[in-house]
Design a protein around this ligand. Structure first.
Ligand code: 7TS
Length: 409
């Protein structure tokens, strides 16, 4: 059980008033709020040991380097690996996936190869593969979706063939909340020699992740969705695969030897971290991981399942006026709930809720192909995190009811 009252005190922003009302923050799928422990870590870096890393002979540089590398080790163990070199710091999920598409993709994908994706991908796990396919002559293939927004695995054996070289999919949908059976898909992909890239943007912040147990080849996720700062994310890759890959950005730090004509590359993970990295935010992400571990990922997931189950039940009140997407069974999903009311644009609904202090997201959620599958232009989305409460859901349901009455008048 979480001590919600105590924990909420760690998040200064939760005291904020919005349009004179108490903030109810249900836009965690877009970005999470930050606890004081993370904010303080950033302030401590800038006030006390701001310095460049991996190059300084002075104390400040040594302190910064040590904190940066400790954060890498913490993050490695947070996702279940004892190999810190398999953690590459990037700006976020988007950059992590682009790195794989650009480096691994260019070296390993050619005409006739197949890349298997799902229709529920965020654009950042779709567009890089579209471009890779265009560049190489590879073919994109897609799983189908079931009525309630799960992956249809009934034709998996034909979709995954000896031509499949890469499968890329999200662990949890940012729109439907669906948690995909990634382990089953990874096993099937590996049986034909394909690698698997997982998008963990929506899952890593909310439930335990173990890359060794999953046996995924790559996993990308974003710090800002897991209590950390913006502008910092992680690409995990199996060391033996990262070792074989070319860097995708070139400059300082990622080189070993440079002559006027030629250069050789640094060891992992530095060959993928060209230039001065995002030092403060890596250290801030380390503090976010400490915070999540203190609360416990299992506790966080259980709390979110309780909130989601409660919200889905309450939303049934509006079932004649509003469609709620994604699986009903909370064993199959997390706390991203998307909904659409026939005659109300989600933006209007979002603005109405904002007037009452409730922040939701309205739009296509960077998943336009999924909107097409759902046959809606956009949805409203409430997405929960560890600090949200059942009382906030009650308030949301009350205001949602008022909004429906207002717009349907
Ligand atoms: N993948 C998924 C599943 C996501 O939900 C997002 C961001 C990304 C990738 C990209 O992450 P970034 O940190 O590199 O931008 N999703 C959302 C969202 O649902 N609303 O705003 C951002």
């Amino acid at each position: 059980m979480l001590n919600l009252e105590q924990m909420r005190k760690d998040f200064p922003i939760l005291n904020r008033k919005v349009h004179g009302k108490q903030l109810v923050y249900f836009d965690n799928g877009a970005t999470s709020q930050k606890p004081r422990q993370v904010i303080n870590e950033l302030v401590d870096y800038y006030e006390n040991y701001n310095s460049n890393i991996h190059r300084s002979v002075h104390l400040l540089g040594e302190e910064a380097t040590e904190k940066y590398e400790i954060a890498r080790s913490k993050i490695a163990s947070f996702i279940g690996t004892s190999v810190p070199e398999s953690i590459v710091f990037v700006r976020g999920t988007t950059e992590g996936i682009n790195l794989v598409a650009s480096s691994w993709g260019s070296m390993n994908i050619s005409a006739g190869d197949e890349i298997l994706l799902t229709p529920m991908e965020h654009h950042s796990n779709l567009v890089p593969w579209q471009l890779l396919a265009e560049r190489t002559g590879a073919q994109l293939k897609f799983f189908n979706l079931t009525e309630d927004g799960q992956l249809d695995l009934s034709n998996m054996d034909s979709l995954i063939s000896p031509n499949t070289k890469l499968v890329a999919l999200t662990i949890m949908s940012n729109v439907l909340g669906t948690i995909n059976p990634v382990k089953k898909i990874i096993d099937a992909a590996h049986s034909v020699g394909s690698i698997v890239v997982l998008d963990g943007a929506q899952s890593v912040p909310h439930m335990p992740t173990d890359v060794v147990d999953l046996d995924c080849d790559f996993l990308a996720f974003s710090g800002h969705k897991m209590l950390g700062p913006t502008g910092i994310g992680v690409l995990y890759g199996k060391k033996e695969i990262l070792d074989e890959m070319n860097p995708y950005m070139f400059g300082g730090e990622m080189v070993r030897q440079v002559s006027l004509e030629k250069s050789t590359w640094n060891d992992l993970p530095y060959k993928f971290e060209a230039g001065t990295p995002n030092i403060a935010d890596v250290i801030g992400l380390g503090a976010a991981v400490d915070y999540l571990l203190k609360i416990g990922l299992k506790n966080i997931h259980d709390h979110e399942i309780s909130l989601t189950s409660y919200a889905l039940t309450k939303l049934e009140e509006f079932s004649d006026r509003m469609k709620v997407f994604g699986p009903r069974d909370t064993n199959l999903r997390g706390g991203n709930i998307s909904f659409h009311c026939r005659d109300i644009h989600p933006h209007d609904l979002g603005t109405f809720l904002d007037q009452e202090g409730i922040a939701i997201r309205a739009g296509h959620h960077c998943a336009m192909p999924l909107m097409h599958c759902l046959e809606v232009p956009a949805t409203g989305r409430a997405s929960f995190y560890l600090y949200n409460t059942h009382d906030e859901i009650d308030f949301f349901i009350t205001i949602l009811g008022k909004a429906l009455n207002y717009f349907e008048k």
